[in-house]
Write a protein that binds this ligand. Sequence first.
Ligand SMILES: [Zn+2]
Length: 230
Amino acid sequence: MLDALAFTSPSVAVSTAFGLTDELLDRHPVLRLLPHALRDSTRREGRLCACESGDNLFATSPVVGFMLSGTLATFDDRGLACVSLLGPGATFGWETAFAPASGGRRLALLDSCWIETPVRGLRDAMGAAWLEHVFARHALDRIQRLQADSACHAVHPVTRRAANLIRRLYQAAGPDVRTTQSAIAEAMGVQRTSVNAAVKALERAGAVSLRRGRIQILCHERLAGAACGC
Ligand SMILES: [Zn+2]
């Protein structure tokens, strides 16, 4: 079942090959609204995937993904810089319709679950022009997000950026954020010690409580107040 995929972690689980239910597809805001032909293709050929916080994934097959829960950090082709965060409702992989999958790394910041479906099936169902339109829209959103992230990186200190990232994980996972400071540091492109100092400051401020492999959110208002808000 994992023949077309190359994941490094044994904890990645894939659904059985009996298709996906409408109930599952309806859990994603984009899949819910897509035309019937695309939903049919995804129901037939799609797979439900899951991984644990801290897992590294290297997807090498041309698939489009629809995030249901958790958060994945996507890295550039060299695997060094985080270029996007994929939270619930996000999609990824549209570019694989036009270029081979780059093998770029994704790091799970939280336990995550998503549906992925071969891009070939979407092209057959909807046509190349439709895919080009979706890809262009997706690329535009991504460029705007990258610009905002670079500005954040340039002007906001690590403490405020760390609070902001933890706030985003809270929005995806609720108050019990199962993640590691190492994963946060990788996603931010900073040293783990810098993240540790930031988290300790948040703890002193009564915003969070640090546990092994977890950050418990104690006061969302204080966390939001410490975050840069980008
Ligand atoms: Zn910022």
